[in-house]
Design a protein. Structure first.
Ligand SMILES: NC(=O)c1ccc[n+]([C@@H]2O[C@H](COP(=O)([O-])OP(=O)(O)OC[C@H]3O[C@@H](n4cnc5c(N)ncnc54)[C@H](O)[C@@H]3O)[C@@H](O)[C@H]2O)c1
Length: 332
């Protein structure tokens, strides 16, 4: 049987990584499409795959089984709808969108097409997060009651072009809430369930050349679990830690240390566990690609579902509204 075919739409920073990591799986053929002709020629040449300047040309010459939508967030759902209309499976980059306008139409298109759709919240591919989630879901520590997330990095180091890309404007998915915090929020919702209320304070503190918020504090409720998030995009350490405190013990993940841990009630120290070998960023994306290919084949897939992506989108919008109004915002 021939391998499934994947078209990566948008081959900027993350699109190229997806292309490389789908190819890394050794389980699919791939091509790229980008409206920037120079860029698509460069990337296609680098990986020896077909490259197209328009979606129409790509659909004609490379009728793919799955698309990876890697364009700025305000274009995600319109593109996904075009693929769903042709019965093409969709892996959509985060955040799912910048508004709820096309959500209902996309939901209906998924139902009628029967296509597999996932949102590329890549934390789902982190072995530490999955291990932590298993412990929480097993119930051995009792119910989660309180959770905290603290994270940050010096964004200009990782994305020197931040002023010139989608990041600079909320309308295209920019700012710390929609672009960075959203990964952490989706991970937290995967661990302790959907947020139901959000109170957010956010400000532009440091990053030069943009006006969007680079610093965020959120105080949230996930049903009857209390949670807090602190995130900035200018600090020197590149760190992320999630802690979930349950009735009979705590679990934690430290991304920068590549480890997760547990402390049962009565114990005095954390028991930390690491993956057998050091993990590179591409590894997460390769595991994510593999899981998406599994989902396309009708087998279990651990990636964020469309509905989980919608829920995290609602959190983003509630956080932006709360930061503007200074009031807590309920999520329906
Ligand atoms: N999962 C992650 O870790 C991660 C990291 C970075 C970005 N992202 C997300 O991925 C998306 C893209 O981010 P990026 O950093 O790669 O942006 P980018 O600006 O580097 O690349 C986007 C590309 O999309 C192309 N494009 C725009 N509209 C198009 C269209 N209609 N058809 C074809 N190509 C089109 C642009 O020419 C550009 O090359 C955003 O939603 C972002 O939030 C995710």
């Amino acid at each position: 049987m021939s391998q499934p075919s994947i078209l990566v739409i948008g081959c900027g920073s993350i699109g190229e990584r997806h292309l490389r990591c789908f190819l890394n799986t050794g389980r699919c053929r791939a091509a790229v499409c980008d409206t920037n002709g120079r860029l698509v020629a460069e990337v296609a040449g680098r990986y020896g795959v077909p490259g197209f300047e328009s979606l129409e040309a790509a659909q004609e010459a490379f009728p793919a089984d799955g698309w990876v939508v890697c364009t700025p967030a305000h274009t995600h759902l319109a593109l996904a709808l075009r693929g769903l209309a042709r019965g093409v499976h969709q892996l959509i980059e985060k955040p799912l969108a910048t508004g709820l306008e096309q959500v209902e139409e996309t939901r209906a298109a998924i139902a009628s097409s029967g296509c597999h759709v996932a949102v590329a919240y890549v934390f789902h591919a982190m072995p530490w997060l999955r291990a932590m989630r298993e412990v929480i879901l097993s119930g051995e520590l009792g119910s989660p009651r309180h959770a905290t997330l603290t994270a940050g990095q010096h964004f200009p180091t990782f994305r020197p072009a931040y002023r010139e890309i989608y990041y600079a404007r909320h309308e295209s998915g920019g700012g710390a809430i929609q672009d960075a915090l959203t990964h952490s929020v989706n991970a937290m919702e995967w661990l302790i369930g959907p947020a139901t209320r959000v109170y957010c304070d956010a400000a532009h503190q440091v990053l030069e050349g943009v006006g969007v918020e680079d610093t965020v504090n959120v105080c949230a409720r996930h049903g009857d679990v209390l949670a807090s998030f602190g995130y900035n995009q200018f600090q020197a350490p590149n760190e992320l830690e999630i802690r979930v405190h349950c009735e009979r013990g705590s679990v934690a993940m430290q991304l920068h240390e590549q480890r997760w841990g547990m402390m049962r009630f009565g114990e005095k120290e954390w028991t930390w566990q690491r993956h057998p070998k050091p993990i590179e960023r591409d590894d997460f994306f390769t595991w994510q690609a593999e899981s998406f290919l599994e989902g396309m084949a009708g087998r279990p897939c651990f990636l964020a579902t469309f509905e989980e992506g919608v829920q995290t989108l609602k959190f983003n919008l509630a956080a932006l509204e709360s930061a503007r109004s200074g009031q807590p915002v309920a999520i329906s």
